[in-house]
Design a protein around this ligand. Structure first.
Ligand code: UDP
Ligand code: MG
Length: 318
């Protein structure tokens, strides 16, 4: 007797009261057409609006919904981790609540999973409803991180993807506080496959990502996957020392050959400011890493739960 495989769908939600009903409707109609058992885990990431109430009322009519209610807002990365910890599925899909990731793509993700892929990630062919500045910065961010880091991070890929059971179990073994999930998904390895789609604008509500958050997200990505910036300090230092050496030679020659009346205040100022700047940048880069080391050494739990309502599945079997 072989039981029907279970699909878990994880939906991190932070202040999404306005879209959740429409989202769940579209998701359910996709899930109902699948020849699998399904469960949907909504992770309420400390929403301050009626998100939790909406999820609860959805659950009244649909007991395959599970609710993971975090004690406060921990951010999407941690919300996803909480979802993965509570998912029982043989395959797990992570999807945004704002309908930017079309649930209709899920059957295609599953097809590839059935062919043996452990990670099937959705690549955006287009991003509608996003500013050109966001698209350009995102584009350069992926270029940069892929040059710096040994873990290739697929470009134009969000968190919308399917993971196999063993991929999720591997991810669960990673306890880092600073989670750049997109990178972790690749870092664990296993066969991965890309699927393409057009990204829609948000159905309603607004994005939680302003440029300051995106900048910090980019820093997180770089510092989690490469120590290359630390080396920049070394090379800048070498370069500065080398130019100082050359300049000293020139000065000595000039003094011997022509004598040297006291001059050179501007050049002195320039050199001092230049070196001071470089040193501060170097210290700043070290600080970025040191701060993260500090956070990780505390080994705090990733999140706390206020409430957990597990989904129910009827144990269908064939
Ligand atoms: N999200 C979350 N916690 C947060 C911020 C966002 O769980 O602190 C969820 C949000 O509800 C949505 C998904 O993460 O389901 C993507 O967020 P958003 O649409 O704001 O990001 P964008 O699509 O603009 O990158
Ligand atoms: Mg969005």
């Amino acid at each position: 007797m072989k039981s029907i495989p279970l699909l878990s769908v994880i939906v991190p939600a932070y202040n999404e009261e306005s879209v959740l009903e429409a989202f769940h409707q579209r998701l359910s109609s996709v899930l109902n057409s699948l020849p699998m058992q399904t469960e949907v885990l909504y992770v309420n990431d400390g929403s301050t609006d009626r998100t939790l109430d909406v999820i609860r009322s959805l659950r009244m009519n649909d007991h395959t919904i599970g609710i993971v209610d975090l004690s406060r807002n921990f951010g999407k990365e941690i919300a996803m981790a909480a979802g993965l910890d509570h998912a029982h599925g043989d395959a797990i899909v992570v999807i945004d609540a704002d309908l930017q990731d079309p649930p209709e793509l899920i059957p295609e993700l599953i097809q590839h999973w059935q062919q043996g892929y452990d990670g099937v990630y959705a690549v955006r062919l287009s991003r509608q409803g996003e500013s050109w500045l966001k698209k350009i910065t995102a584009h350069f961010f992926y270029r940069l991180i892929n040059r710096l880091s040994g873990t290739p991070i697929p470009e134009d890929t969000g968190d919308f993807r399917l993971l196999s059971r063993r991929a999720v179990d591997s991810l669960k073994g990673l306890h880092e506080q600073h989670r750049f999930t997109k990178g972790l998904f690749t870092w664990i390895g296993y066969p991965q496959k890309a699927v393409h789609y057009h990204r829609n604008p948000r159905l309603s509500g607004k994005t939680k990502w302003n440029y300051w958050r995106l900048w910090n997200f980019a820093l997180e990505g770089i510092t989690s996957f490469t120590t290359a910036p630390l080396k920049i300090g070394t090379y800048l230092g070498l370069l500065a020392a080398l130019s100082a050496f050359l300049y000293a030679g020139i000065t000595i020659y000039k003094t011997l050959a022509f004598g040297e009346p006291v001059r050179g205040y501007p050049s002195l100022m320039v050199v001092i400011l230049f070196l001071g700047g470089i040193q501060l940048i170097g210290i700043g880069i070290i600080g970025e890493y040191l701060g993260r080391v500090f956070d990780e050494t505390k080994v705090r739990p990733l999140y706390f739960l206020k409430d957990y309502i597990p989904p129910e599945h009827d144990n269908k079997s064939t």
